[in-house]
Design a protein around this ligand. Sequence first.
Ligand code: CAA
Length: 447
Amino acid sequence: MTEPAVGLDAIEIWTGKCKLDLANTFAPARDEDPEKYTKGLGLRASSFPDTYEDIVTMGANAAKRLMDREGLTPADIGRIDVATESAFDNSKPVSTYVAGCLEQVYEGDFRHANKGERKFACVSGTQSIDDAYNWIRAGRNRGRAALVIATDTALYARGDPGEATQGAGAVAMLVDVDPSIVTLSTEQGIGSMDETDFLKPNQQFPSVDGKRSVQVYLSRMREALEDYESVAGRVGVEDFVFAPFHTPFPGMVRKAAVLAYRHVTRGTEIEDALEPEIGRQPREDDFDGRESFETNMRDYVDALSGTERYRTWYGETVEPTLGIAREVGNWYTGSVHIARVSALLAALENDRNIGGETLLVGSYGSGAQAEIHAETVREGWREGVAAADPFDRLAERHSLSFAEYEHIHDAHNHEVETEIEAFTEPNGEFIHAGWGRMNERKYEYVE
Ligand code: CAA
């Protein structure tokens, strides 16, 4: 019996409704060169939630938009999983709040839908898709689809080097059989180790060893790629049309991409073709010690990144995945999922026919684990992706002055009491409306 094709049938994106311009507002206040942000990190702006937004409102608003567009009711959904690393409760999952919001506006309820919350830093959005995939493949879904929501308010302590990479938003995804956008490969690769690079030990803002986190990302990603190749066969640069990767900031993906390219071209005709220009890839056996091997490898990778061949590949396969991230910053659990949408939107804009083509998707969570799998683009991808286009809404965000940014950061800091006015008007969306008797959050739908 052939297994049913399972994957993403619909996607919706909700951005926090404010933005911080990094080059024009953040850099001058920090007395830094704007190009550190635009060129070094590769970011133009970060999204921030307005005062009445949080991970629940952003997730529920993305989900409502998805359900309205797909004409779904609660009876069509058998599972709601929320992936987040910004949860405010160690017991009651965010998915119950999201379900409660949606039940305010739809006939019926989610009483028989399985709800949960996934945690493994940024990789948990992909893990939730895995859970949904496995649930459907196991035949436990009773014909219903799964709603996966990746939602985060990615804030760092003021003055932390990570402050430039903040962001806030949610991605809602419908996982179903015979999906319209992509199917997922059964094969997947994992690179996982106990690491202390980025963590939140019962605290809102992360403790980060930024430089180390970059190295851990690269190492776990390489292991995940090798593990993926051990089950799916050797990967070649021509095998996939786009490579959406977890994007804490685009500069991170730039570093990962050249290492991945070096790995997959080793011993191939591409290495041969590049030899006259940059030599062959260093092999460890040819060196006396690890240190001289690593120095030579760094030089090779530097030279590789400057070749026309590599730059063309990067421009076609990786650069299109970064379009949304540049405008919104890090959305943690949602980050790789906006990278996928960015790539598909770029294909749409260039009128490319990518039905049947492959995406190589790389997810990553600090602490740390990377996951790599392939996705096949379905013939119906265009319509679903066009509907998820967030760029008009990104353009409508309220642009924060630096003083307003400080207020909004305080408004979302659990340790600070603030009374500030919202910068935008809610319109046809869920809002955080206050607190209940057991300190639970209360939500309302505003017409
Ligand atoms: N013009 C052009 N480029 C400039 C520049 C200028 N004027 N000034 C600096 N740069 C470049 C730097 O050379 C550097 O690029 P390279 O790494 O390619 O050399 C880049 O801009 C950043 O500069 P710094 O390294 O000096 O920046 P920093 O030390 O202030 O902070 C960071 C960088 C450590 C990544 C910090 O942003 C951070 O801690 N971020 C949070 C952690 C993070 O995102 N880690 C990523 C991997 S972990 C992960 O992926 C999980 C997750 O989502 C958090």
